[in-house]
Design a binder for this molecule. Structure first.
Ligand SMILES: Nc1ncnc2c1ncn2[C@@H]1O[C@H](COP(=O)(O)OP(=O)(O)OP(=O)(O)O)[C@@H](O)[C@H]1O
Ligand SMILES: [Mg+2]
Length: 377
């Protein structure tokens, strides 16, 4: 074999590896994009699937012509083309590997939760509004949620407390699908929204329906600044739930009346105090008629005076038996309003129970230490 032929085979194989590598990265990218970002409509993957089918055929064609070129090089140099068989074989294997990866990709794309396994169903507490089992979540090397399990029953108020960085917000974000879990089970009303299949989290294709079950109140209000209070409230029920505009307006006005905000219906968020803005974000969440409300530190952006008016609204909702999960640093409030307190530290639920037990008589050293630090502040 002449040096030029050897070089061509080398280049051919090298290029095959490079193509294979690029394809592999692309495949990983699709996997992350389609599954980990809760893609629940696989029909929109058509373009990507076309690519996945075309790429291996393009690769095969390319390898074929490249191989032919190598063969011609052999002939031109008067060498036997017998050695070329190995090249063809290698290229064929690459082609097959790539096609099988495309098929695997297809399988992964169709990975959506159609029906949960019996094993998963047995784990779920079907009487609870929210049931979370064995949730794991990492950001890179940072293992933030370590096998978290808890449930929230109808009409119950659960406060989640714990030091900064313990994973409280991440847990809330996972429960409300703003963040994906790595593994575990999330169920609402006994129906599984996220399950684990072959060690990987898979989400229901009906995730949008699950999203209507809960409302979310963030610490920074998240109101649309260019909408009036009433339009902020009406936007989602009218444009997302496609409800009748007049009916929604009537309901929203009744809610504003109830929360003492009726006079602010036509004001813009910038014309309201922080406390009023937060109360508006609570009524906006209520306008969607959620079964459960999640709060992430609803008062942390407010000064103590304004905090009181927001806490009063939450207490009022608790008295009306609204199901709520509240992440808070307001220990006194958590003690007063909660039916159950969950104490988290370093991604683990350390203790969970009656607020009087946890705040007044905890036997857990870590909880004691945390509450002591709070009392000393
Ligand atoms: N999107 C993200 N990307 C990378 N790391 C994140 C992300 N969100 C949270 N983390 C990390 O996860 C850990 C838990 O954060 P999280 O916000 O859940 O804590 P927390 O208990 O709510 O704290 P705090 O009481 O201060 O609000 C932290 O180490 C944080 O840096
Ligand atoms: Mg937080």
């Amino acid at each position: 074999m002449t040096p030029i032929c050897k070089r061509n085979i080398g280049i051919s194989i090298l290029l095959s590896f490079v193509t294979f590598g690029i394809y592999f990265i692309y495949w990983e990218y699709l996997l992350v994009k389609n599954i980990r970002t809760l893609k629940n409509d696989t029909s929109s993957c058509t373009g990507e699937m076309l690519c996945l089918v075309l790429v291996p055929f393009y690769n095969l064609y390319w390898w074929y012509t490249r191989g032919k070129f190598v063969k011609d090089e052999f002939a031109a140099n008067g060498a036997s083309s017998a050695g070329n068989e190995i090249t063809y074989l290698l290229l064929g294997i690459f082609g097959l590997a790539i096609i099988s990866m495309a098929i695997m990709q297809n399988d992964f794309n169709s990975l959506e939760l159609k029906s949960a396994s019996d094993k998963s169903r047995n784990v779920v507490n079907s009487d609870s509004v929210l049931s979370v089992s064995n949730i794991q979540k990492s950001f890179g090397d940072n293992h933030v949620l370590k096998d978290i399990s808890f449930h929230v029953n109808k009409g119950e108020v659960v406060s989640v407390i714990g030091p900064s960085g313990s994973g409280k917000s991440t847990l809330l974000r996972c429960c409300t699908f703003l963040e994906t879990i790595d593994s575990g089970i999330i169920a609402y009303d006994g129906k599984i929204a996220a399950d684990t299949v072959n060690g990987m989290a898979v989400y229901s294709k009906d995730l949008n329906e699950f999203r209507h079950i809960f409302g979310l109140v963030f610490q920074n209000f998240n109101l649309f600044p260019h909408y009036t209070v009433l339009k902020n409230m009406m936007d989602a029920p009218v444009s997302v739930m496609k409800r009748d505009k007049d009916e929604v307006r009537e309901e929203c006005m009744a809610l504003l009346e109830k929360m003492d905000l009726a006079s602010k219906a036509d004001s813009y968020p910038c014309e309201l105090s922080g406390g009023q803005q937060q109360r508006v974000s609570i009524v906006r969440a209520l306008a969607m008629k959620p079964e459960i409300l999640f709060f992430d530190e609803p008062t942390s952006a407010l000064d103590p005076e304004l905090t009181g008016e927001v806490l009063k609204v939450i207490k009022q909702l608790a008295a009306e038996k609204m199901t709520m999960v509240i992440v808070t640093h307001e220990m006194q409030f958590a003690r007063q309003v909660s039916d159950r307190v969950v104490f988290m530290d370093k991604g683990i639920i350390i203790e969970e129970g009656d607020p009087e037990e946890v705040f007044g008589n905890t036997q857990n050293e870590r909880t004691k230490q945390f509450l002591q630090n709070y009392n000393n502040q």
